[in-house]
Design a protein around this ligand. Sequence first.
Ligand SMILES: [Zn+2]
Length: 209
Amino acid sequence: MSLNHESLPEPNAAGELFVDFANTLEYDRGEAIDSVPEPDALLTWLRERDLISDRGRATESARLRRDPQEAARRLERFGHLRQLLHDVAESVGRSGHPSKRQVRELNHILRHGLHYHELRLDSDGTRYAFAQVGDRLDQARATIASSLAHFLADDDASRLRACANPACRLVFVDHSPTGRRRWCDMRTCGNQAKVARHRARARESAEHG
Ligand SMILES: [Zn+2]
């Protein structure tokens, strides 16, 4: 095992990091738009959220460019996590909790994110830091997964949703007071649903009227 001593933040709940990652796959009127379709886009996304260091990004970028099969494998692993995030959101929206299979898959990803604490002595004194064991990409993936795990364990887990508009499916957390929001955005997706219902009713009354 290799040790990476890089200055990264402590992996933690990181708010709703998992929501951001889930929505790197968006649907525009049902058509998929992937904002991390290739390794460098993914590495940039991870860097922007402090999930890898500058050095880590450069090293991984060079490594994945040399080995297209490995690059495809890594993209697939992140794609699998993203699918899992969407599936969990749909499952929670439907039944209030993730399925047993989803929990197993989430735990499998979490196991790849081993880290430990250590004291470091720098020129300006000692610092309590964390170091990761092994692979920085698996670690980054586990940190995204842990933000979902924390959310499901600590927060009002039943507030997780996938937008009820089947052509959108954006993942969001319902922070409304009543907790009964069904659409990512009332003005767009919610409104479309209202318009569609109105049209269906109008059609029906024209046919039967
Ligand atoms: Zn929506």
